[in-house]
Design a binder for this molecule. Structure first.
Ligand code: T46
Length: 138
């Protein structure tokens, strides 16, 4: 891994709109680059709360602010980037081994997450120094 190759990218989903409103469809291995094994969503986040602050050894995810807004900060151990999440037709793909933090949640924010695997606490790295050591040892 080296500077400038952080595997995080914003995906624009096609909006099927008509006079009734809008619809976005997401299928595994089509609009997102993995098989979707788990879906969860974060809502009712209190103001001034920060979430995340961990990386995953293997898990890949796509984060979508289906309502409201929040900020996602990503860090591959070499550089940090910030993404404003405020559009239900955009998803942030986050590869494995990326540290992530979420903050600035609007009261109405619903952050939908599509994940490549089932929940496993063993996949989390929750200490930043440990994360950097892990990345630099690869
Ligand atoms: C991530 C960011 C974007 C479960 O039991 N099953 C699950 O699938 C998840 C995701 C969580 N949990 C439990 C574990 C904790 O007791 O729900 C509680 C809150 O989870 P956590 O503190 O990890 O939540 P966040 O918002 O800090 O992080 C979550 C995901 O865990 C993480 O994978 O990338 O959202």
């Amino acid at each position: 891994m080296s500077v400038g190759t952080m595997n995080v990218k914003m995906i624009e989903f096609e909006v099927k709109g008509d006079e009734r409103g809008s619809l976005v469809a997401i299928e595994e291995c089509m609009q997102v680059p993995f098989q979707i094994k788990r879906v969860y969503y974060i809502f009712g986040t209190k103001s001034n709360v920060k979430r995340g602050a961990h990386a995953h050894k293997e898990l890949q995810q796509v984060l979508i602010a289906v309502n409201g807004s929040c900020t996602v900060i990503v860090d591959d151990g070499f550089e940090r980037k910030e993404f404003d999440m405020n559009c239900p037709s955009k998803g942030l793909f986050i590869d494995k081994l990326i540290w992530r933090e979420m903050e600035n949640f609007s009261p109405d924010c619903v952050l939908l997450v599509l994940a490549s695997d089932y929940y496993s606490e063993a996949d989390y790295i929750r200490d930043y120094a440990e994360f950097k050591n892990y990345v630099f040892s690869l």
